[in-house]
Structure formats: structure tokens, C-alpha cells
Design a protein around this ligand. Structure first.
Ligand code: NAD
Length: 449
């Protein structure tokens, strides 16, 4: 099939590369000319494991091309995927200006299609509020009399494992009204479902749109839930590792997404929760568990800072109480295997420490460039995890990069001034750290002073 993929960010690039892998002809479109130039040179503008190889492979075969000109591929396209951003507006709602702008551009470009051409399948893949398929339809229809159908096909990939998630999905959700639309979408996705044994769900567009928000809200809720259980475990002398394993063994609960952490971030959960809350307000429907999830997460994002302040005896009203302290911070991305720092808790931690007068030396395997561009010399940047620890009063871990778990802790201890670790990802066990002579503070387990 001939497919337009509009928007070459995390979702659009992965979709474009994976559809090319399935044997389709893909034209990737982005308004960002620099990004298109980078892609055309065969370089990926984002860090996503496996993406570089797929891009190189299909740029070489010609199955995948990039352009800034949406009109270039519209005449022959079977489907056009809208994969542009839907950031949070001031009032919490999803900002639809990029999606609607693309819809308008598609509408105008439709004149290039033959009158007798099959209906173009326009796919909302961006995460969009209920009712967007209808709005996109109206926006396109305002410019053209050619036939088309708008389909909702929310994306569930996770940054860091996006290629695997796309090539082997648990499920594909398609909100459409006609068999033709379903057939086109099946033609694109069936090879992936054949590989994964994943499920196909056809439904109406509003249900598909709500499914995406409901899925993210459920996951965020689980995270906030286990974080609260972890916080309580510390108070009552329980160990959250035991608790999460035992509750996860109940098949009604399951083990996934039960790892306590320093609050969720990223480009999706925070904004999608706000968007869903906004929809609830619009319809006068209280979304109380969601509101609490957001509040619990705001509190959790301070968890490491609270532990540091408590440990170092920081008192309110004392100016720059940590001015003689240096902290090494491992991990800047909102999670491992990505360079994405949107809503990352590490940035809040940096702010908190710097506001208390501390010096912060940071390391990350992929996100240093993004952080440098955002906060410049507010912190120092270390080439290696070990170099970040040189002369620091404590090490803080915010992102669960697997390499950190494998670190040589004796070498780390030698680099630090004191064997002191605040572990926001529970990478180590308190017993082992105690045996190694560390002061060790993690989440939901006893602190080793
Ligand atoms: P992104 O910001 O990484 O990429 C968006 C791209 O769209 C940018 O390259 C931008 O230049 C381009 N763009 C904007 N306007 C355009 C236009 N008129 N024409 C062509 N290109 C245009 O965003 P993302 O992370 O890929 O997310 C895209 C959507 O997918 C969002 O709605 C997001 O919520 C959703 N989503 C994201 C993820 C994720 O993990 N990132 C997962 C599932 C769903």
C-alpha cells in the first residue's frame, strides 16, 4: 500500500519505519525541514533502539522517503496517518491545532486525487479527545468533494521499546464506520498481528478515542497506587518488594506496572490525564480517581528531594542549606532507553537541589543533549556515570537505565566522598547495600542509615 505518515516524531517515525518493514511504500511528512534533511541523510533525530537500522534499511530500498510536502504523496495514497503532537493547553485540554492544521492541509490536497479514486483513509493516530474523528472529518470536508473516511487508530507503543511494540502489538484498536476502512487498516496491521498473536478490535471512533485515554489513565493509576503503598510500607516497616510480588501473583491484578518510582513523567501520561480530566469537566462527569492520581504523582515527584532534605537535616527558612554539598544524579530521561525528558522528574529534582544551593553533576546515556538545551549550565555534565560521582556527597538515581544496575559499586564508592545513595528506582537491595557499608535510601523498603 501507499501510505502517508504525517509527523515524524516518536510515533510517526516508528510507524513509518515499521510499515516500510511490512512491505508498504511510505512517505513521511514533517513541517520541520531540518528534521526531514536529517532523516533523508539516514540519521534519526531521536534515540529509539532499533530505529536507526530500520530507517537505514528502508531508505536504501526506497520503500521509505521523507518530505516537507504533504501534497507529494496524496494522489496515490491508500491511507494518511496523522501523527503530530497534541500537547497540553493551558486549561489542560489536548491542543488540537496541529491535528486540525494537518486535516486542513489534507482537505486542500485532496483535489490532487482522481474523482473515481477509492476513499482515502485518514487515520488519527495522535492521542486525541473523543469527538476528534468528527472534527477532522468536518475540517477535511470543508475543502473537498473527494471521498475519504476518518478512522481512529490510537497508538500504544512505549518509548524505549517502540519498534518491538509496533511490530508485535498486544492489540490494534481501529475505530471506523465502513468495511473498506477496516480492510485497509487490516492490510496494514495483519502482518504484525500474525507475528504477535495480538487482538484486533473494531469499534466506533469515539470508543477508540476513549480507549487510548482509558488505557493511559489506568496505567498511571497503578503507578500512583503502588507509590502510595511504597510510601506507607516505609512508615509501617514493610517491604514493598514483597507486597508487589504477592499482589501481582493474583491473576486479577497481574505483576506489570507495580514498580514504585519517583513519579511518572513523559510526553503522554501527564498530558493525557489532564485531557481526560478536562473532558470529564466538560460533561459534568467527576473523574475523582484521576484527579487523585495527578495529585499523588505531584507529591511523588518530590520523594527523592524529601529524603535528601531529611537526611541532610535541611530546615525551612535557612538560606541555601545545601550550598556546600555536591550531588551526582544518574538518569535524566523520564525512563530508561529514551532521550525524552518531557515532564521528567529528574528536572524537578535538579530544580529542588539547586534552589537549596547544591551543586549537581548529571549523567544520562541518551538525554544529556536535551537537558543541556533546556537548562544549560545549571548543572555540570559528566561523560560517564563514574565521573559524575567524583567528590560528590551522595549519588541519586532517577532513571532505571540497566547499566546503572550493573555499575561497579566499589568504584562508585571510591569516587564519592561518602557511601551514600538515594535510589529512586530500587535498583539494589537494602541488605546488600548495608553489607557494603552504604547509607542507602530507596522506595518502600527500610532505609539503611
Ligand atoms: P513529537 O512531538 O515527537 O512529534 C510530532 C511531529 O509532528 C514533530 O516532528 C512535528 O514537527 C510534526 N508536525 C507538527 N505539525 C505538523 C504538520 N502540520 N505537518 C507535518 N508534521 C507536523 O510527538 P510524538 O511523541 O510522536 O506524539 C505524537 C502523538 O502521538 C501525540 O498525540 C502523542 O500523545 C501520541 N502518542 C505518543 C506516544 C509516545 O510514546 N511518544 C505514544 C502513543 C501516542
Amino acid at each position: 500500500m501507499q501510505v502517508l505518515v504525517i509527523g515524524s516524531g516518536y510515533v510517526g517515525l516508528v510507524a513509518a519505519a515499521c510499515f516500510a518493514e511490512a512491505g508498504h511504500h511510505i512517505l513521511g511528512v514533517d513541517v520541520d525541514a531540518a528534521k526531514v534533511a536529517t532523516l533523508t541523510r539516514g540519521e534519526s533525530p531521536i534515540f529509539e533502539p532499533g530505529l536507526d537500522d530500520l530507517l537505514a534499511k528502508h531508505l536504501a530500498t526506497g520503500a521509505l522517503r521523507f518530505t516537507t510536502d504533504l501534497q507529494a504523496g496524496i494522489a496515490d495514497a491508500d491511507a494518511a496517518f496523522i501523527c503530530v503532537g497534541t500537547p497540553q493547553s493551558e486549561d489542560g485540554s489536548a491542543d488540537m491545532k496541529y491535528v486540525l492544521a494537518v486535516a486542513g492541509q489534507i482537505g486542500k490536497a485532496m483535489a490532487l486525487r482522481a474523482k473515481e479514486a477509492k476513499p482515502l483513509i485518514v487515520v488519527d493516530k495522535s492521542t486525541v479527545p473523543v469527538g476528534t474523528a468528527a472534527r477532522v472529518h468536518a475540517e477535511i470536508a470543508a475543502h473537498t468533494d473527494r471521498t475519504f473516511e476518518v478512522v481512529s487508530n490510537p497508538e500504544f507503543l512505549r518509548e524505549g521499546s517502540a519498534i518491538g511494540d509496533f511490530l508485535e502489538p498486544d492489540r490494534v484498536v481501529v475505530g471506523c464506520r465502513t468495511d473498506h476502512a477496516e480492510a485497509v487498516m487490516k492490510g496494514l496491521y495483519q502482518p504484525f498481528l500474525d507475528r504477535s498473536g495480538g487482538k484486533w478490535f473494531r469499534m466506533d471512533p469515539p470508543s477508540a478515542e476513549l480507549t487510548k485515554y482509558a488505557a493511559n489513565a489506568m496505567l498511571a493509576l497503578r503507578i500512583s497506587f503502588i507509590n502510595e503503598i511504597a510510601n506507607l510500607a516505609e512508615c509501617v516497616g514493610a517491604d514493598v518488594d514483597h507486597v508487589k510480588t504477592a499482589i501481582g501473583a493474583d491473576h486479577r491484578i497481574g505483576p506489570a506496572f507495580l514498580n514504585p518510582g519517583p513519579g511518572f513523567g513523559g510526553s503522554c501520561f501527564p498530558k493525557d490525564l489532564q485531557a481526560l480530566l478536562k473532558v470529564g469537566r466538560e460533561y459534568g462527569q467527576p473523574m475523582m480517581t484521576l484527579a487523585t492520581t495527578v495529585e499523588a504523582n505531584r507529591h511523588q515527584k518530590q520523594v527523592l528531594l524529601r529524603k535528601v532534605k531529611e537526611h541532610f537535616g535541611v530546615k525551612a527558612g535557612v538560606p541555601a542549606p545545601l550550598k556546600d554539598r555536591r550531588f551526582a544524579l544518574w538518569g535524566l530521561a523520564f525512563k530508561a532507553n529514551t532521550d525524552d525528558i518531557r515532564e521528567s522528574m529528574a528536572l524537578e529534582l535538579i530544580d529542588g537541589l539547586v534552589n537549596l544551593g547544591a551543586e549537581v553533576v548529571v549523567h544520562d546515556f541518551a538525554a544529556m543533549g536535551a537537558v543541556k538545551a533546556k537548562i544549560g549550565d545549571k548543572v555540570r555534565y559528566a561523560e560517564t556515570p563514574l565521573a559524575a560521582c567524583e567528590g560528590a556527597d551522595a549519588l541519586l538515581i532517577a532513571t532505571e537505565w540497566p547499566q546503572y544496575r550493573e555499575a561497579d559499586l566499589e568504584a562508585v564508592a571510591k569516587a564519592l566522598k561518602t557511601r551514600r545513595l538515594f535510589d529512586g528506582r530500587n535498583l539494589f537491595r537494602p541488605e546488600a547495600m548495608e553489607a557494603g557499608g552504604w547509607s542507602y535510601h530507596s522506595l518502600g523498603r527500610r532505609a539503611v542509615e
